[in-house]
Design a protein around this ligand. Structure first.
Ligand SMILES: Nc1ncnc2c1ncn2[C@@H]1O[C@H](COP(=O)(O)OP(=O)(O)O)[C@@H](O)[C@H]1O
Ligand SMILES: [Mg+2]
Length: 251
């Protein structure tokens, strides 16, 4: 078992440390990862924290995503999760590291993959915010192993490299709520998304500008369109007939 990051730490504190650390010191390689991924210590940080660092140079090429864009998608996923008030993604940013620019994400102590599998099989309500988030960002790879159950009952999601495609690509193990009506809170999240990404953004355009640094104009427009589709439907989506709805492997 790899050493664990102290938890909880506020996202702002974590981002500050992740941004200002003089260097990322690799202390392990994530053997199961499909892209080059390293567990790193933050050199010179005020709070001892660890991050998973995925250098852009280590991204495995994919047929359906432009090469070198996965790290930016991970950052965009974090920013949108925060902006929507969902808080389902660990603090994530782009920064320089030993293999040049990459995404750095706070390493999170969690209850393990078996707990995640049990929650998925039980269609546990703690996963519902992630199911909504995935429908919004068009997540193409929500495996059980990309769910981190915390000791306090919340669950975070990781590995958002294949998100924000323009074409529908939702591929997930979280189909337990398909066609189920959104709660008032979920509808409020969608309204907030529509207001933030609308023609007259409720935050003055800050999140649009931040997303624009990581994903394309078309991908932002498609995100807004997915939010509008979900608002109009009022319920979680059904699996598509044109696209494999389950990731493989499932974990
Ligand atoms: N922020 C994190 N905190 C704790 N564990 C993580 C974190 N990010 C990833 N992991 C673990 O590392 C594994 C590999 O990371 P992942 O992001 O899936 O890499 P890849 O893009 O190569 O598939 C994940 O399946 C998960 O078990
Ligand atoms: Mg992965």
């Amino acid at each position: 078992m790899l050493p664990a990051t102290p938890h909880p730490v506020s996202p702002i504190e974590a981002l500050t440390e992740m941004r200002t650390a003089s260097d990322l010191l690799p202390i392990g390689r994530i053997a199961t990862a499909s892209n080059a991924s390293f567990l790193c210590e933050l050199v010179g940080a005020q709070i001892p924290l660890q991050v998973i660092y995925k250098p852009i140079r280590g991204e495995a090429p994919l047929w359906d995503f432009p090469t070198g864009t996965l790290a930016g998608r991970e950052v965009a996923a974090y920013m949108l999760s925060e902006a929507l008030g969902l808080a389902v993604v660990p603090p994530t940013l782009l920064r320089d590291g030993p293999a040049d620019l990459g995404c750095a994400q706070l390493w999170i102590e969690h209850e393990g993959v078996q707990r995640a599998i049990d929650l998925v099989n039980a269609t546990d309500e703690s996963l519902r915010p992630i199911a909504l988030f995935d429908a919004i960002v068009n997540n193409g790879d929500r495996k059980a192993g990309h769910l981190l159950p915390l000791a306090d009952g919340r669950v975070l999601g990781v590995d958002h490299g294949v998100t924000f495609a323009v074409e529908p690509k939702l591929r997930t193990v979280l189909w337990g709520w398909r066609s189920e009506a959104f709660t008032a809170h979920e509808r409020a999240v969608l309204e907030r998304g529509a207001a933030l990404l609308g023609d007259q953004p409720s935050d003055g355009g800050a999140i649009l500008a931040a997303l624009g640094e990581q994903i394309s104009v078309d991908e932002i427009a498609a995100t807004r369109a997915r939010i509008d589709t979900l608002r109009a439907a009022g319920c979680f989506p059904e699996p598509s007939e044109d696209w494999p709805p389950l990731p493989w492997p499932l974990v």
